[in-house]
Design a protein around this ligand. Structure first.
Ligand code: AMP
Length: 266
């Protein structure tokens, strides 16, 4: 029988603002070491030392654990963030998102999608046809949670990413998050770029084409980033989708390919 799992989640803040967050799924005997590494992460963030750290540990009923697979990763060659955004927009349209919805979501991320003009804590939920925002709280957004790699899958993924020079927390965690988002009912695509001013990369994730990574989706130094989950609205129960993304437990047991760079313009 598989060991029972716990969800362990860290949230670090600094002067009231979000600073750092991370989470894992793990058996009881790994929790002490994981707690220590998550605290270390909150205290050692590049943007400062968290002055408030919240750790939540919760047992997960074995019957609630679903398993899933990671999307294939492909890096798209781009000269700069302008070209990155242009190609990301084209990919979204190819995936069934309307031009207006793709444009609108990008414009929100660029200007800071929270009501105070800063980055949201979670993601926007965007009607893939009209571009209308559907998340009930535009500052918090939808927070995808309770997902992780099973140890064997993590080992394989790290090897495959390392061969491409991509084995870092950003990429691993974003791939796992994208896997959960793409498995959500009614989700057509995801767009993301980081709010970390030093991390300019981002991605578009689509069920058919997988996770398409761009080294540049924003200029260096920009503190604004965000995520948009594009949804097909017909027949969609928004609350069910949010409930799934925030609380369903997903353990990744299968890893997709990690491809070399492609040139979308060729
Ligand atoms: P990051 O890649 O961690 O820099 O996050 C980029 C943006 O994605 C953040 O500014 C948030 O808007 C959003 N985000 C971060 N974590 C999550 C999450 N767990 N679920 C949904 N959106 C998130």
């Amino acid at each position: 029988m598989e060991k029972p799992l716990y969800s362990i989640r860290m949230h670090g803040s600094l002067v009231g603002g979000h600073l750092s967050g991370a989470e894992r799924l793990a058996p009881a005997e790994d929790l002490e070491a994981l707690a220590a590494s998550l605290v270390r992460r909150a205290l050692g963030h590049q943007r400062g030392r968290a002055d408030r750290i919240r750790l939540t540990l919760e047992a997960v009923p074995a019957a609630a654990v679903r398993t899933g697979c990671l999307p294939e990763l492909t890096t798209v060659r781009v000269a700069d963030y302008r070209q990155g955004r242009d190609l990301a927009r084209r990919l979204l349209i190819q995936g069934g998102v309307s031009a207006v919805a793709a444009e609108t979501a990008m414009a929100w991320i660029v200007r800071g999608a929270a009501p105070d003009g800063r980055s949201m804590r979670g993601a926007m939920l965007v009607d893939a046809v009209s571009g209308e925002r559907l998340e009930p709280d535009q500052a918090r957004g939808v927070r995808v949670s309770r997902m992780d790699l099973a140890p064997a899958a993590e080992k394989v993924l790290r090897q495959r990413l390392a061969e491409r020079g991509l084995d870092n927390d950003h990429v691993r965690e974003a791939l796992v998050l994208a896997a959960k988002v793409l498995s959500g009912p009614g989700v057509l695509a995801e767009l993301c770029w980081s709010d970390d001013p030093r991390y300019t990369a981002g991605y578009v994730a689509l069920p058919e084409l997988g996770y398409r990574r761009f080294a540049h989706l924003k200029p260096a130094g920009d503190e604004r980033g965000g995520r948009a989950f594009f949804v097909r609205r017909d027949g969609l129960d928004v609350n069910d989708l949010i409930q799934y993304l925030e609380t369903a437990v997903l353990l990744i047991t299968e890893v997709g390919r990690v491809n070399g760079e492609i040139d979308m313009e060729a």
